[in-house]
Design a protein. Structure first.
Length: 263
C-alpha cells in the first residue's frame, strides 16, 4: 500500500515538473504558415543607409599610380588608405572619419565634405572628384566603420555586433546572436530604431513568412532587436521552486504514511 502511494506521489511530481516547462512545437517553428505550393514573397526595396552625426566612415582610395600614393604619405603599393590618419577615440576604435555635429568630415589634403544625409555612394562621388586632382584614376570605397546592431533578450549570444556589410536583415542579426533560445517569443520581436531624434518601435512576427516583405526586414545602423521571453521562461524560472515544493510534499507524504503505518 505504501509503495503504491509512493509511486503515485512520484508520478504527481513528474507531471508537475513536466507541465511547468512545457513548450509546444508550434511555438518554436519559424514561418510555419508557408504554403506548400512553392510560394514566393516580394522583398521590400532596399534603401541605402544614410550618414548621420557620429557615424564613422572608412574611406579607401586605390590608384594605379603607386608613386603618387607614397608621395601623399599614404600606403605604398598603389593603395592610399585615406583613413590611415583618421580620428581614433581609443586603441580599439574603428579607423575612419567621425561625422561631426555639422554632418561633415575633413580629410587631409582632400578637404572638408558635407556628408550628413547622404548615402555612402553619394559620399564616394564627392571623394572621387576631389581625389582626381591628386591621383590618377582613383577608385574610392566608402563604408561605415561603425555600422552596428544590438540584439538582446532571449537569444544565445546577446551583444552589439559591428556589421561589415551595410545590407543586413533581421534574420542575419539573429543568426549572429546564435538564434533565439527555446524560450524566445518568435511572434513578437521588437525592433527599436532611431528615427530623426525619436525612437520608433515595431513588432515583427517570425512565425509568419509575411515578415519577409516588411519594410523593417532590412536593418539600419544602431537598430536594437529585443526578443521577449515567453511563458516557458517564466515556467523555467519557477521550475526549481516548484520542484522543491513537490519534493518536500512527497517527502512529507511518505513520512506521514510511514508514521500512520508503523506508529
Amino acid at each position: 500500500m505504501v509503495k503504491h502511494r509512493l509511486k503515485i506521489g512520484l508520478l504527481y511530481f513528474c507531471l508537475l515538473a513536466g507541465l511547468s516547462s512545457c513548450i509546444s512545437r508550434k511555438d518554436l517553428v519559424y514561418f510555419g504558415d508557408v504554403p506548400t505550393d512553392n510560394p514566393r514573397v516580394k522583398l521590400p526595396d532596399y534603401q541605402e543607409p544614410i550618414v548621420q552625426v557620429d557615424d564613422i566612415l572608412h574611406v579607401t582610395i586605390q590608384t594605379v599610380d603607386g608613386g603618387l600614393a607614397m608621395a601623399a604619405g599614404q600606403l605604398s603599393g598603389g593603395i592610399a588608405d585615406a583613413s590611415a590618419n583618421a580620428e581614433r577615440t581609443s586603441s580599439t576604435a574603428p579607423a575612419g572619419y567621425l561625422v561631426d555635429k555639422d554632418g561633415r568630415i575633413t580629410m587631409p589634403m582632400l578637404g572638408t565634405f558635407s556628408v550628413g544625409g547622404l548615402t555612402t555612394s553619394e559620399v564616394r562621388k564627392q571623394v572621387t572628384e576631389a581625389a582626381s586632382k591628386y591621383f590618377k584614376e582613383p577608385t574610392v570605397q566608402v563604408r561605415f566603420a561603425n555600422f552596428k546592431v544590438t540584439v538582446i533578450g532571449e537569444v544565445n549570444r546577446p551583444a552589439t555586433y559591428t556589421v561589415p556589410s551595410e545590407k543586413i536583415t533581421l534574420l542575419d542579426a539573429l543568426g549572429m546572436a546564435g538564434d533565439l533560445t527555446i524560450y524566445g517569443k518568435r511572434d513578437n520581436i521588437l525592433l527599436i530604431r532611431d528615427n530623426e531624434g525619436q525612437k520608433e518601435f515595431v513588432r515583427l512576427n517570425l512565425m509568419s513568412y509575411e515578415s519577409f516583405n516588411s519594410p523593417y526586414f532590412y536593418l539600419k545602423q544602431n537598430d536594437v532587436i529585443y526578443v521577449e521571453p515567453g511563458k516557458g521562461r517564466l515556467a523555467a524560472l519557477n521550475n526549481t521552486t516548484r520542484q522543491a515544493v513537490a519534493i518536500a510534499a512527497s517527502v512529507v507524504s511518505v513520512i506521514s504514511l510511514l508514521i500512520v503505518r508503523f506508529f
